[in-house]
Design a protein around this ligand. Structure first.
Ligand SMILES: Cc1cc2nc3c(=O)[nH]c(=O)nc-3n(C[C@H](O)[C@H](O)[C@H](O)COP(=O)(O)OP(=O)(O)OC[C@H]3O[C@@H](n4cnc5c(N)ncnc54)[C@H](O)[C@@H]3O)c2cc1C
Length: 390
């Protein structure tokens, strides 16, 4: 079969590229290859629904009819094993082959594995199928160690606690979600975790993990955790499969220019698979969407470049809503004002030359975070933006 466009990987980046291509090229033939065992779904839900469980189509991004209605050829549950860049051909694990005009690699990320003795005992969570297996295993456990205090580690720890497990959240960072929260909000989150019975330890480099009969010991200086299962969320890197064989893999992902074009003509990349300049965001749902849209536009003949846009993160551990926007972009010279830090929650806005550029919020609602996000995009003065909440 011959297609004008083929997209490998059917999550946010791949699917957004497909939607963009369909809008811009109504007559084009488009193939979307989905390596997973269910329709493309919202991956971010996995760490939020670990405790409750879910069915295969619970977080589908589109229903099955959308693909046929939009003349998208969707190959489910098959993985591309090989790409022939000369013949413009790809080969899948189920034996199907396709010839493409332009190709997008949107194969996501793989978990970064800590390089320590016993790393083979550590479990990671990336796909819905992994999560289902892990959930079944957790149901028969009593104690869990979660390594990594970033947002995913925080969410996994919260979900394990909701399942009634004894939870130990540990790792190298000196506080919770340190990339996204300031000292004050990390502290508030820690108090919440302690009140919910999660054991947290910080600044601990896990040195090794040993298996002792049917349980594990997680060793770090000054601490040994004895648990039934070890989970980790210690960062990601772009998926090297396919890209390494094509010679387009950099250090942490697929090397591309800002048009998301690799150095092989007619091959593009988008989403978590891509290596971005240091300091730029990665591993975020809306960032993958932005890249998917940009790649789709460029594949259809436009000329768009990605930029370091302000990114945001929302999470709601134990029912308390946290929102952080553009915090990594804040400069020392930016003015910052805490508008409240009381029973209602917390609001801090950062301002540069009279325009809001970043914000931190806790305790308000998702709708409030949308107002905040819009205000920052519009560069509203901090005072008038904050007045919406006071
Ligand atoms: C558990 C979890 C929770 C998260 N929570 C949040 C959150 O709260 N907020 C947030 O902003 N971000 C969150 N993220 C990050 C966000 O989900 C990712 O940034 C986003 O999914 C990246 O989209 P992507 O399309 O680039 O890649 P992915 O979502 O990784 O999708 C890549 C797809 O390509 C497939 N694939 C790989 N190789 C092949 C092949 N050879 N052939 C065919 N298919 C292949 C994979 O199976 C996968 O389906 C979370 C991620 C995880 C894992």
């Amino acid at each position: 079969m011959k297609y004008d466009y083929a997209v490998i990987g059917a999550c946010k980046a791949g699917l957004t590229a497909v939607e963009t291509l369909r809008e811009r090229a109504p007559e084009a033939s488009i193939l979307l290859i989905n390596g997973e065992d269910r329709l493309p779904y919202k991956r971010t839900q996995l760490t939020k629904k670990l405790a409750s469980g879910f069915s295969p189509d619970d977080f589908s991004l589109k229903d099955e009819g959308w693909y046929s209605d939009n003349s998208i050829e969707l190959w489910n549950n098959t993985r591309v094993l090989e790409i022939d860049k000369e013949k413009h051909e790809l080969i899948c694990s189920d034996g199907r082959t396709a010839v493409w005009g332009k190709l997008l690699i949107a194969t996501g990320a793989i978990p970064f594995q800590v390089d320590i003795p016993g790393r083979e005992f550590v479990k990671h969570l990336r796909s819905a199928a992994d999560t289902e297996i892990l959930r079944a295993e957790l149901l028969s456990c009593r104690r869990v160690a979660v390594i990594g205090q970033g947002v995913e580690g925080v969410e996994i720890a919260e979900q394990c606690r909701k399942m009634g497990l004894e939870v130990h959240l540990t790792g190298r960072d000196s506080r919770l979600m340190q990339r996204w929260l300031n000292q004050r909000l990390s502290g508030k989150l820690l108090s919440l975790f302690k009140s919910e019975g999660v054991h947290c330890s910080f600044s601990r480099d896990v040195s090794n993990i040993t298996k002792e009969g049917d349980h594990y010991r997680v060793h770090s200086p000054g601490e040994v955790l004895e648990v039934d299962i070890v989970l980790a969320s210690t960062g990601i890197r772009g998926n090297p499969a396919l890209a390494e064989a094509l010679g387009i893999y950099g250090k942490k992902g697929i090397a591309c220019d800002t048009s998301l074009q690799t150095r092989i003509q007619d091959i593009y990349a988008a989403g978590d698979a891509v290596e971005v300049p240091s300091g730029w965001p990665r591993g975020l749902w809306h960032w993958a969407e932005y890249q998917g849209r940009t790649a789709g536009m460029n594949m259809s003949g436009e000329s768009q470049k990605i930029e370091n846009i302000p990114t945001r993160l929302k999470c709601e551990p134990f029912g308390k809503f946290y929102f952080s926007m553009a915090l990594p972009d804040v400069n020392e010279d930016d003015k910052s004002t805490v508008f409240f830090d009381d029973k209602r929650g917390y609001l801090k806005i950062f301002e540069r030359e009279g325009r809001s550029v970043a914000a931190l919020m806790e305790g308000l609602s998702k709708d409030d975070s949308k107002i905040l996000e819009k205000g920052i995009h519009q560069g509203m003065p901090a005072e008038s933006l904050a007045s919406s909440f006071i």
